[in-house]
Write a protein that binds this ligand. Structure first.
Ligand SMILES: Nc1ncnc2c1ncn2[C@@H]1O[C@H](COP(=O)(O)OP(=O)(O)OP(=O)(O)O)[C@@H](O)[C@H]1O
Ligand SMILES: [Mg+2]
Length: 459
């Protein structure tokens, strides 16, 4: 078994001690049947009682734990029921593995996300708690399905460090992996299908009063049938109560909207739509140039903003400086205090015309502009976006059978790893054989975006 790690599970898997939960009002104990997973609210309808005792957690055998039509007991099974195939992701908050499980004569492929617990003293990470709590209540074809939680027992094989894993349905690619792969061609009907599904998933989330707060290519999984699954709910939260102040440290820099950059603590669903606008521009740029380009790195496509100040300046350069008429109240936001912006008109249309050959000025351009609108109250909602002319005028969104079938799995982390390996080998004078068969090449692109990481915490 390959899954071993660092971590505190040892503290509770071995001893059944109460588990301190970082920054969370939730508390739980693995020594009680209604312990941590029940605190997550993981006793799903149809599932039997959640078993959270260290002993019970490892009694199950491969393939056990489910009867037809019944949900698994979350936390009841050991990770040993899965066979690891390869690593597919490495985030700041966990490693992700492709793994398989034999269920009778059926092989089920899953993604295992190991919850990283670098600091034992701080307890079970709040990001993982949020992700599990939120995902357990969501059911939508464009939201990744969390199948169950499994654990590994502390043993000599893993230096007495057990772990907790989220078990997800598996998707062959993520959007960033596709954007970074030079051989992937995206046609307009493909883009329309991705956009439609992304907005349908987001509309569902917003009707459930959930903000995702980290929409970007690497968090949008793509199945081999060409379906989008929104993933990575580590920064998501529910926003039922508009009086609660929200953290400003959310959303990866290049996808972060002006209201969050200007430190509003009352942002909402429009923040996710801004990120969708950035992704739409990336898809159009990929269609035209064949390469990954972030809209804020234009015109030359290299570099891009490195910090909040550069980012907000770049946004205002491209989208125009807001005025009291175009965005009432923006000058009262905390982030405006120390900043001065020269009035500038928008250059977004000119930039997109110049960079995207064959841009449809009647539909694509206004659709992009309506999502990249600085005033969040004037930005399209997910519902309005789904009803935009863009979706009603030809070419229509591709059907599943018209989507590109790719030769190999393509996740951001894998593509970058392969690129690095090829570069090393090239430097060492290795000749690569020509790419065989599959349509995807994985040479490192000229410009690979930074991961734009930020600490995940707060509201
Ligand atoms: N269900 C899945 N199927 C296939 N690949 C997945 C799945 N879940 C995650 N991945 C891959 O693993 C990567 C990291 O997963 P995820 O974003 O959930 O973790 P994270 O630790 O929060 O990452 P980060 O800190 O980079 O945002 C994803 O970008 C994706 O490439
Ligand atoms: Mg992620």
């Amino acid at each position: 078994m390959l899954f071993d790690t660092e971590f505190p599970t040892r503290a509770w898997l071995a001893s059944g001690q109460a588990l301190p939960l970082r920054g969370s009002r939730i508390s739980g104990s693995w020594s009680q049947p209604d312990g941590l997973l029940t605190e997550f609210g993981c006793g799903l309808a149809g599932s039997a009682q959640v078993v959270a005792t260290p002993a019970a957690a490892h009694q199950s055998q491969p393939g056990s734990g489910t009867t037809k039509g019944q949900s698994r007991q979350w936390g009841a099974r050991s990770v040993d029921v899965f066979q690891s195939v390869e690593q597919i992701g490495e985030g700041q908050y966990g490693q992700v593995w492709l793994a398989r499980e034999q269920e009778g004569d059926k092989t089920v492929m899953v993604a295992l996300k190991k919850i990283k617990m670098d600091n034992e003293k701080e307890g079970f990470p709040i990001t993982a708690i949020r992700e599990i709590k939120i995902l357990k209540n969501l059911r939508h074809p464009n939201i990744v399905r969390l199948r169950e939680i499994v654990t590994s027992k502390a043993s000599d094989n893993n230096k007495q460090k057990g772990s907790v894993y989220m078990v997800f349905e598996y998707a062959d690619h993520d959007l960033m992996g596709l954007l970074l792969s030079p051989r992937v061609r995206l046609e307009k009907p493909h883009i329309k299908r991705y956009m439609k599904q992304l907005l349908e998933g987001l509309h569902y989330l917003h009707t459930q009063k959930i903000l995702h707060r980290d929409i970007k290519g690497a968090n949008l999984l793509i199945t081999k049938e060409g379906d989008i699954k929104i993933a990575d709910f580590g920064l998501a939260r529910s926003y039922n109560d508009p009086t609660v102040a929200l953290t400003k440290k959310v959303i990866t820099l290049w996808y972060r909207p002006p209201e969050v950059l200007l430190e509003s603590d009352k942002y909402g669903a429009p923040a996710d739509i801004w990120s969708v606008g950035c992704i739409f521009a990336e898809l159009l740029l990929k269609h035209s140039t064949g390469q990954y380009r972030n809209v804020w790195s234009l015109p030359n496509g290299e570099g891009g903003p490195h910090n909040e100040t550069e980012q907000i300046n770049k946004i205002f350069d491209v989208c125009g400086t807001p005025t009291r008429e175009s965005w009432p109240g923006h000058d009262q936001l905390p982030g405006m205090k120390n900043l001065k912006f020269k009035p500038k008109p928008t250059t977004l249309a000119a930039l997109m015309r110049e960079q995207c050959k064959g841009l449809d000025e009647a539909t694509e351009l206004p659709f992009c502009q309506a999502m990249l609108t600085c005033n969040p109250d004037k930005r399209l909602t997910a519902k309005e976006a789904l009803d935009h002319d863009y979706f009603w005028k030809p070419p229509l969104a591709a059907e599943s059978h018209e989507m590109p079938r790719l030769g190999e799995a393509c996740h951001e982390w894998q593509v970058k790893q392969r690129g690095r390996r090829e570069k090393r080998e090239n430097q060492a004078g290795h000749q690569h054989p020509p790419h065989q068969g599959g349509p995807i090449g994985v040479a490192r692109p000229a410009h690979v975006p930074p991961s734009n990481k930020m600490p995940r915490a707060g509201h």
